[in-house]
Design a protein around this ligand. Sequence first.
Ligand code: HEM
Length: 162
Amino acid sequence: IMMLKLDFLPLSWLLGTWESDEPGEGTFPTIKPFRYTEKLHFSHVGQPVINFTFNAFHAESNKPLHRECGFIRIEPGTNKVAFIIAQNSGLVEIEEGELTGNQLKLQSQSLGRISFAKEPHVQQIGRVLQLRPDGKLEQTVSMATDNQPLTQHLYITYSRSS
Ligand code: HEM
């Protein structure tokens, strides 16, 4: 019998596939507000790690837009969580934070980007993922750029689809 050491168990409520039920809202002081849909997938392969993909689409045209994928680790025996993320825009990031109940609050710890990343560059990211009492998953993302302080960029809710 294979012994599984599933350190991510406190986050097992994330596992599976989630789809936005209503379009998410994208905002930032420097851009035109937009709406998007998004599909999230969280899985594991028996390692103490969650694998994830987030795929976002334009709400009206369904055109693929933003994509992220990565890994989630929990420091064993603690509520300290780390996200290791790659984004299709050329950004990579480590976010760390804490799990409190069903709420995960994360702050970027380090950011890296390709040499020809579009400006303005992101300087900081804050993210809250929470499982609401009604069973929906909610995500808000804030960011600071070269010319804007930490401000909300995304708000979206998802329903479990499998
Ligand atoms: C704009 C970063 C997720 C859609 C931007 C800008 C930045 C950015 C830096 C430019 C802001 C400016 O010009 O001042 C990020 C980061 C994300 C993220 C760090 C994740 C952590 C998303 C997602 C979508 C999205 C999930 C969903 C479709 C857009 C759109 C714009 C934008 C439509 C405006 C047009 C454009 O600049 O392409 N984002 N974004 N972003 N973002 Fe995001």
